[in-house]
Design a protein around this ligand. Structure first.
Ligand SMILES: NC(=O)c1ccc[n+]([C@@H]2O[C@H](COP(=O)([O-])OP(=O)(O)OC[C@H]3O[C@@H](n4cnc5c(N)ncnc54)[C@H](O)[C@@H]3O)[C@@H](O)[C@H]2O)c1
Length: 421
């Protein structure tokens, strides 16, 4: 293949769909990852994870020959535009971990030359893009804005909607100078979505606060759910009272709120917060939902030792196969610490789980941990009532079954759900 137009470093849930999208629009792309298994899957033409429409795009790109792969970050320098889509976790002590990005920069330093444009697509803490620009200038003496170009173009697409949203969501571009912003804008123009130019730090803040807004939005109904339990009130009825025909309502619904982005991106603000602890409290609310559910089961069943608990759903959100940073794992660990016999079923994730029937059969408790569409059906509820223990406790914070009860026994859930329908 002739020299690539663009390199994408990190072919994860963000990088691979992005690399495919560039290639699908006619660019020659070099995709780089150090995970041999991932590279082998893509080379063989198989999407390594579920992304709506991904396999079809991969099929087209495969046939076009416009995507090449490498396991060496330095190879990225073959293209003028280099997009970094590496993971940016947070340390447990609330500090961004940019070690993957640092390591990629160190690999690139010797091969960077005038004309290169480095684009951070990963989610980063405020100031990281300026750090990258400063690092190139310091280590290589490269003039940013005239010799090389640097900026942040954050990914705000939701998993499962990549190929639709890449064409429609405004693309935020924060170049460290006007020339960098223009270069990055020209690259992303190919998708047809509006390009919104700003500064690097505003781009960084816009991305992390997009996620902080969501994380906080869900913490409120989760806290309300716990409040309602204290007062023996029904959270779904209270939410209806808040929202019904009220122009300033709009509280969201409870659930298990996590996932790799929401669970860590708040930390990128919290690490230098003017209100230390505020977002940590938001996180603690969402993180305490599994314990709240376990305590609720314990109280109702007088302990969980030796009780069979069927957990439905391992993915962090509805209809995805992504189980990274899902609260289901925490829920299961807490249940095991209560000596419960935990069974689990998820039809989508790669981790092997039991069948629905095996997980639910004779269960004393069934927990809807993920609101997968497949679980939110009358058929699934009927199967629970037929297979589980007669007076099985159903724990449904998502209201999958439409009974509007976080904790209720299966016959009651069935009756309420049928009455609601
Ligand atoms: N997943 C999402 O829905 C989403 C959405 C918006 C933004 N983001 C952000 O995008 C970034 C990437 O997220 P992701 O979910 O795609 O991460 P990911 O972990 O799925 O992908 C990272 C990829 O980089 C590879 N990698 C790691 N170190 C490497 C190295 N030294 N050299 C080459 N490859 C290396 C890994 O093998 C992996 O395939 C993160 O900053 C994340 O916060 C993610």
């Amino acid at each position: 293949m002739p020299a690539p137009d663009v390199s994408v470093i990190g072919l994860g849930r963000v990088g691979l769909p992005l690399a495919l999208s560039f290639a699908d629009r006619g660019l020659r792309v070099l995709g780089i990852d150090n995970d041999e298994e991932r590279l082998a899957a893509v080379r063989a033409g198989t999407m390594p994870f579920e992304e709506t429409g991904g396999q079809e795009v991969l099929d087209r790109v495969h046939a076009s020959g416009r995507l090449e792969l490498s396991d060496r970050v330095a190879d990225a320098a073959a293209a003028r535009d280099i997009v970094i889509t590496l993971g940016t976790p947070s340390f447990a002590h609330i500090e961004i971990d940019i070690s993957d990005i640092r390591s990629a920069l160190d690999d690139l330093l010797p091969v960077l030359r005038p004309g290169h444009c480095l684009i951070l697509r990963s989610t980063v803490a405020p100031g990281t893009t300026e750090f990258v620009a400063g690092y190139l200038a310091k280590q290589r003496g490269l003039q940013v804005g005239s010799e090389v170009f640097v900026g942040h173009a954050p990914e705000r697409i939701a998993a499962g909607r990549f190929f639709a949203e890449i064409e429609s969501l405004p693309c935020i571009v924060g170049g460290v100078d006007a020339a960098s912003g223009e270069r990055i804008g020209r690259l992303f123009e190919i998708f047809g979505a509006p390009i919104v130019q700003t500064t690097p730090v505003q781009a960084e803040l816009a991305k992390i606060w997009t996620n902080i807004l969501r994380y906080t939005t869900f913490a409120l109904p989760n806290l309300l759910m716990m409040d309602c339990e204290q007062h023996d009130a029904n959270v779904f009825e209270v939410i209806d009272l808040i929202n019904r025909d009220y122009p300033r309502g709009g509280i969201a619904s409870p659930g298990l709120t996590a996932g790799t982005c929401l669970r860590k991106d708040f930390a990128f603000s919290e690490e230098r917060s003017n209100a230390p602890g505020m977002l940590l409290a938001v996180s603690r609310v969402n993180e305490s939902v599994p314990l709240f559910l376990v305590e609720g089961m314990k109280r109702r069943l007088d302990g969980l030792s030796g009780r069979k608990v069927a957990v439905l759903g391992l993915a962090f959100k509805r209809d995805t196969d992504d189980e990274r940073d899902s609260l289901s794992h925490k829920l299961m660990r807490l249940l095991e610490r209560e000596l419960a016999d935990v069974a689990v079923h998820d039809p989508l994730v790669a981790t092997p789980t039991q069948s629905f029937d095996d997980a639910v059969r004779d269960a004393d408790v069934v927990v809807l941990a993920t609101n997968h569409s497949a679980f939110c059906t009358p058929e699934a509820l009927h199967a629970v009532t037929e297979l589980a223990a007669e007076d099985c406790l159903v724990v449904d914070p998502w209201d999958c079954f439409g009974a509007a009860q976080v904790f209720a026994y299966a016959p009651e859930v069935l009756a309420l759900s049928q009455a609601g329908a």
